[in-house]
Design a protein around this ligand. Structure first.
Ligand code: C2E
Ligand code: MG
Ligand code: MG
Length: 596
């Protein structure tokens, strides 16, 4: 209570003034002051109660001396309960020590004002503005004003200013911030970003025929569907009317790959929006047109990207709606080529346009011990297409499963062929397996049935996995590998050193071989670091009891360093033979790599 402190001050003064002549006068004056202060403070207290502010008196340790009824109502405890508690019991963040230090500071400096929130008995929170004032050597008075309403209003104002009330999506203003942010991020990192301008087709007709309520309903549902197909860090905003904008962050570093990612997300959006909407009792279908602007560190402004995407959107409208267009004509051409390639790939599988090439793997004395089977596509118009151009496409579309089965079957038939002559009967054949294949529930059966159907010897078949298998369910991968190994199939870890390379996982995978990635081999003569990595992989393989093969060996210097200096067991690369059709490979077998 305030008079406790006032009395303390008055007591001190009365001792000092004990034997002085003016004592009496001063005494009267002090008495008058005291009464006035008491009245004032009681008045103040009543005023505080009437506006509902909370009010505490605390000692220097932060223990309660008193608390008023208004505060009791705010937090839902009785006065008695509160007096037995500690402030730290109410505080969201502060600790006892922190509170004690703060009170010490206030006792020195006089006053502090801050905002905090207190926990209510019912579990809720009350937002408070707190003023703490030192009133005596060891006491502080605390006024606590409930500002929950003000805070709520501020949040609502913020919501109104930045979000679209109909859909709850960020509005144009917040979108601008997000675009600026995305442009900034793209200019700092090497990643691409993209802006998608999405406009519903024939929305006006719906509004005119079914009314605005149905139109609003559709917009809300469109907003939900758009939000559902985005990744964390992406933004979807309502730009106005029936226009939405999506900002995609952290796309691939490579422009072509980034464009493919955007295309895939945009296609997903188009498919999702083409599904029937239930507008009350009406089933409604709609389509959308999308325009895309891809950006990286190319110094585009906010206005540029919006304008580009908008222009591209009009191209989609002009092309018959329900489609997507890139602003960059070159990008559009590239994407169309890729889309064409994707549809061609379907017929490639049917029309047997795929071919297996074989690249020799040799010992240090250049004897061919086996080969890696590498797929090629004999395209009717484009000629020979390399796997890097169509394997990613095949993986994206799921076609890699069918393709993988064909490769496996063809490789097995080759093994059977080799088994017929003594000279080739011992050759091993390595086959690349995509993670998508390995993730199939019946992967083990697929491999075993290919072996069974063809009659190939499982001991001559080696499956090449990449470290990307480590990101999928590792237990499942181990179980499948173990099952196949029980039949004699072996495993090699391809492109080793470029992926995740968690040694903890590596030691659990039942692999037989590490394949040093060709990027290290390519640099090993000129870079000591690259050479050190090759040496480390070789010794890692040795200590884990695995064999090791270096791929991409192109020069005698690399060959010499790997085989003679560092004792690498197997090598593969252009120096020993390029991937070639089976007839050429047979010739290589007959005359040896040196006779080429
Ligand atoms: P990979 O499994 O790492 O295959 C080695 C790649 O390095 C092959 O490229 C090969 O032609 C190339 N190469 C071999 N020696 C040298 C050399 O001395 N110098 C250089 N610069 N390159 C060399 P390719 O045939 O274009 O295959 C690329 C990738 O495509 C393969 O990398 C593999 O990941 C994938 N791939 C190939 N065939 C299949 C397949 O049947 N199924 C799956 N899922 N992926 C495949
Ligand atoms: Mg490979
Ligand atoms: Mg490789």
């Amino acid at each position: 209570m305030p008079w406790v402190s006032v009395l303390g001050v008055a007591g001190g003064i009365s001792i000092v003034s004990a034997e002085v002549v003016l004592n009496a006068l001063l005494g009267v004056w002090i008495a008058v002051l005291l009464v006035m202060r008491m009245r004032q403070s009681r008045h103040a207290e009543r005023a505080i109660e009437s506006v509902g502010s909370g009010y505490w008196v605390l000692d220097a340790r932060g223990e309660f001396i008193d608390v008023n009824a208004a505060y009791c109502r705010m937090v839902g405890y009785t006065r008695k309960q509160i007096l037995s508690m500690h402030i730290a019991d109410f505080e969201a963040v502060a600790t006892r020590d922190g509170i004690r230090a703060q009170i010490e500071r206030i006792l020195l400096n006089g006053q502090e004002r801050f905002e905090t929130r207190h926990k209510k008995r019912n579990g809720g929170w009350v937002e408070l503005e707190v003023t703490v004032t030192a009133v005596a050597k060891h006491q502080v008075i605390v006024y606590l004003r409930d500002i929950s309403e003000r805070k709520k209003a501020a949040i609502e104002i913020n919501q109104l200013a930045l979000f679209d009330p109909l859909t709850g999506l960020p509005n144009r203003r917040l979108l601008q911030d997000r675009i600026e942010q995305a442009l900034h991020n793209a200019s700092r990192s090497k990643h691409h970003g993209a802006l998608l301008f999405i406009d519903l087709d024939h929305f006006k007709t719906l509004n005119d025929t079914l009314g605005h309520a149905k139109g609003d309903d559709l917009l809300r549902q469109v907003a939900q569907r758009l939000s559902s197909c985005l990744r964390e860090g992406d933004t979807v905003a309502r730009f106005g009317g029936d226009e939405f904008v999506v900002v995609l962050a952290r796309l691939s570093v490579d422009a072509g790959d980034a464009a493919a990612e955007v295309k895939s997300i945009s296609t997903k959006i188009l498919t999702l929006l083409a599904r029937t909407f239930e507008l009350g009792d009406i089933d409604h279908t709609t389509t959308a047109s999308i325009g895309i602007s891809l950006f990286s560190n190319n110094a585009l402004s906010l206005e540029d990207v919006l304008k580009q995407a908008d222009l591209a959107m009009y191209k989609s409208k002009a092309a018959g709606r329900n489609g997507l267009h890139f602003f960059d004509p070159a990008m559009q051409v590239a994407i169309e080529a890729r889309m064409a390639l994707e549809s061609d790939l379907r017929s490639a599988l049917r029309e047997q346009q795929l071919v297996l090439y074989y690249q020799p793997q040799t010992t240090p004395d250049r004897r061919i011990r086996g080969a890696e089977a590498l797929v090629r596509w004999q395209h009717p118009k484009l000629g020979l297409v390399l796997p890097n151009q169509f394997i990613p496409l095949a993986e994206e579309s799921g076609m890699v499963l069918q393709l993988g089965l064909w490769v496996l079957e063809t490789a097995c038939r080759q093994l059977v062929q080799w088994a017929t002559t003594a000279r080739t009967a011992d050759l091993e054949l390595a086959v690349n397996v995509s993670v998508r294949q390995l993730q199939q529930a019946d992967f083990v059966e697929q491999v075993l049935s290919a072996l069974l159907r063809t009659g190939a010897n499982p001991r001559r078949l080696k499956l090449e996995l990449t470290e990307s298998v480590l990101v999928s369910n590792i237990e499942d991968v181990i179980a499948k590998m173990t099952a196949l190994k029980a039949h004699g199939v072996s495993f090699s870890l391809d492109d080793f050193g470029t992926g995740y390379s968690s040694l903890a996982y590596l030691s659990r995978l039942p692999i037989d071989q590490l394949k040093i990635d060709r990027s290290f081999v390519a640099q090993m003569v000129s870079s000591e670091n690259a050479e050190s990595i090759c040496v480390a992989v070789i010794s890692l393989a040795r200590s884990l009891n695995l064999t090791v093969v270096a791929e991409g060996v192109e020069t005698e210097a690399q060959f010499d360093l790997l085989t003679r200096v560092h004792q690498c067991e197997y090598v593969q690369g252009y120096l020993l033979g390029r991937p070639c059709p089976i007839a050429e490979f047979d010739a290589l077998l007959a005359y040896g790599p040196e006779a080429r």
